[in-house]
Write a protein that binds this ligand. Structure first.
Ligand SMILES: *Cc1c(COP(=O)(O)O)cnc(C)c1O
Length: 383
């Protein structure tokens, strides 16, 4: 059976060019990057090139990149690392209420540890407004964390406006850019970003590798003790194959960003219009304009999202629904509820996220199956 992958916000396939770069690091260039001899120097070269390639995507310096095990660890390091280092100056932080659990659950843990956390509400489009942040700032606010692009509805926040406000107020700004890095333009200078998280497996790189951009001069509390790796923020021999893969993935994204964004926008809009012209009573979740290319999140009123997902899976199409399976029962996604969907609407939602290798043919085939199944499920529930 022909299979179609439409879940690129969950993870992406690894690009062939990335596999090649990783292969070199796994075979010929196997040295320990801390070693002085030529074996070590070759590994070190891969490490430093990857830093530069990643930094270039966001107008940062290579020495501002700290490698981590992924987006989750980068988010944890940003929040824990910053507030623990500076806890004498204040104990209040602000995070949006539509963050990925890697930020949301970290904030909850900080709350348990005695910090005060304000959850800034996003609007009905999943957008965190500048005024909302402005109103919530306090004298003792240490850090604000607002994601660049939401992983469910694809809404793109005006990170530059928030960053400039916080710079003015002397508050450190972290953004989870796992969904945006390499896909839409980022400039840490222009956007006044101090800490930024990214992940390999969301940009056609390997899993288990990511990075935190740490603006020069920002101090973090160390969380792993040992060697002097990664400015001492994260001790341990570097994952050079993963890092080389992430570097290559970033380089490809930078090269193909515009072309790819246009391709994905065209396919996404085509899919949306095919579905919308054949199925009634649907809602587009997220923002109509400020939206990640390739993200389509729809509520099909009266249809169980999970059932639709499984019907499509039987046909080889991989999508995601608006509910998360936790300990055996399906719960509506908290982020969807927080932007105003009812639990029923959230559970009637489908997230379709397109990627680099998807084709118009796949879009047309999938649209047909989605339309057919939605109409079938609705006809059944009317009996
Ligand atoms: C996937 C994701 C993460 C987690 O990244 P991992 O590398 O899987 O740990 C964090 N934030 C967002 C927005 C994500 O989409």
């Amino acid at each position: 059976m022909k299979r179609i992958y439409f879940d690129h916000s969950a993870t992406t396939p690894v690009d062939r060019r990335v596999v090649e770069a990783m292969m070199a690091a796994l075979t010929d260039k196997f040295g320990n990057s801390s070693s002085v001899h030529s074996f070590g120097r070759e590994a070190k070269e891969l490490l430093e090139k990857a830093r530069e390639d990643i930094a270039n995507v966001m107008n940062a310096g290579g020495d501002e990149i700290v490698f981590t095990s992924g987006g989750t660890e980068a988010d944890n390091l940003a929040l824990f690392g910053y507030v623990y280092k500076h806890r004498d100056k204040g104990r209040h932080i602000i995070v949006s209420n539509v963050e990925h659990p890697a930020v949301g659950k970290t904030a909850e843990e900080l709350e348990r540890l005695g910090f005060s956390v304000t959850y800034a509400p996003a609007d009905e489009y999943g957008m965190v407004r500048l005024d909302t942040i402005k109103d919530l700032l306090k004298d003792e606010t240490l850090l604000v964390s607002v994601m660049h692009v939401n992983n469910e509805v694809g809404t793109i926040n005006n990170i530059g406006a928030i960053g400039r406000l916080l710079r003015e107020r002397g508050v450190v700004f972290h953004t989870d850019a796992v969904q945006s890095f390499g896909k839409i333009p980022i400039d840490v200078e222009e956007m006044c970003i101090d800490l930024l998280s990214l992940s390999g497996h969301k940009i056609y790189g390997p899993k288990g590798i990511g990075a935190l951009y740490v603006r020069k001069g920002i101090e973090l509390q160390k969380r792993a003790f040992g060697g002097h790796h990664e400015h001492g923020f994260r001790a341990g021999t570097e994952n050079i194959p993963g890092i080389a893969g992430l570097g290559k993935a970033a380089e490809i994204c930078a090269m193909e960003l515009e072309k790819e964004a246009a391709h994905l926008t065209r396919l996404r809009d085509k899919l949306h219009s095919l579905i919308a012209s054949n199925v009634d009573d649907i809602i587009l979740n997220g923002h109509t304009m400020h939206r990640l290319p390739g993200n389509l999140n729809l509520t099909f009123n009266g249809v169980e999202g999970e059932a639709l997902l499984m019907a499509l899976d039987l046909k080889g199409i991989g999508v995601s629904s608006g509910s998360a399976c936790s300990s055996g029962s399906t719960q509506p996604s908290q982020a969807l509820l927080n932007i105003g969907l009812t639990p029923q609407q959230a559970q009637s939602s489908l997230r379709i996220t397109l990627g680099r290798d998807n084709t118009l043919e796949e879009i047309e085939y999938a649209a047909e199956l989605i339309i057919e199944n939605v109409n079938k499920f609705r006809a059944m529930s009317w009996n």
